[in-house]
Design a binder for this molecule. Structure first.
Ligand SMILES: O=C(O)[C@H](O)[C@@H](O)[C@H](O)[C@H](O)COP(=O)(O)O
Length: 239
């Protein structure tokens, strides 16, 4: 039985980004102090980018050695490696390069795999090889429709039991994506939802209210030890 989700509300997006970045650095430092090499999965999106930039700003004042953090993604757009749409490219620009992250496992691009399903299979193999099916922290944005990663309402991938899946016809452009599945995401010790803005308020309330996962995919994700909803006031306004 996973513990009840925690809800943390911050004034606005910038305050939310600072709080999440600070909490992440604190958790990573604690894990490293205990001799661990923490494994995290990043997400894409607007608030995630703000959080990433705060991580870059706050890291110099932290004890975190980013060379001893293993970085994965929960989802990625299946586009050319240099495309500005790539979640990994955005994260590298926002903080990974600046903080010196070296154990970074990007999801395949169109240059790495013949198609989106082959890319998903390759990422699943990489996760199995590195034994990192057990993430310490998975971070997830959420769409107005309740999607998380690239798992969208009504899509068959919501019922997949593979580690990673290809997605085509995404309602959020670009259309082709690779995503971890619900079983893979739910193997995380901690799941953090990162949500800013009134446009997500209905989805947040529905997910916390026990909506059907096929209607609100966010309702189907929980950490084995912890689930935290990091919200700003607008995103929390329907609770
Ligand atoms: O690749 C993606 O698009 C993301 O992983 C996606 O799941 C995102 O996190 C949400 O759509 C929220 O995005 P915004 O924060 O930009 O609304």
């Amino acid at each position: 039985m996973t513990p009840e989700p925690l809800v943390e509300v911050h004034e606005d997006g910038p305050a939310l980004a600072t709080a999440v970045a600070g909490e992440l650095l604190s958790r990573l430092a604690d894990a490293q102090d205990a001799g661990g090499v923490p494994r995290i999965a990043l997400t894409g999106g607007t608030i995630a980018d703000q959080i990433h930039r705060e991580i870059a700003r706050l890291t110099p004042g932290s004890e975190v050695d980013w060379g001893r953090v293993v970085v994965w993604w929960g989802d990625e757009r299946f586009v050319a490696p240099e495309s500005p749409d790539r979640n990994s490219g955005q994260a590298r620009a926002a903080f990974l390069d600046a903080v010196g992250a070296t154990q970074v496992h990007e999801m395949p691009s169109t240059a790495d795999a013949s198609d989106v399903d082959a890319g998903a299979a390759a990422y699943a193999d990489a996760l199995r090889r590195h034994g990192s099916g057990e993430f310490d922290i998975v971070m997830l944005g959420i769409g107005p429709d309740g999607h998380i990663a690239s798992l969208f309402p009504g899509f068959p991938q919501l019922d997949a039991d593979a580690i990673a899946v290809g997605v085509t016809g995404s309602p959020k452009p670009p259309p082709e994506r690779i995503s971890l599945t619900l079983p893979a995401l739910n193997r995380a010790r901690s799941v953090w939802f990162l949500v800013s803005g009134s446009g997500k308020a209905r989805a947040v309330a529905a997910a916390l209210g026990g909506a059907d996962v096929h209607e609100i995919p966010a309702a189907g994700v929980a950490g084995r030890e912890e689930t935290v909803w990091f919200l700003d006031r607008e995103a929390a306004s329907a609770l």
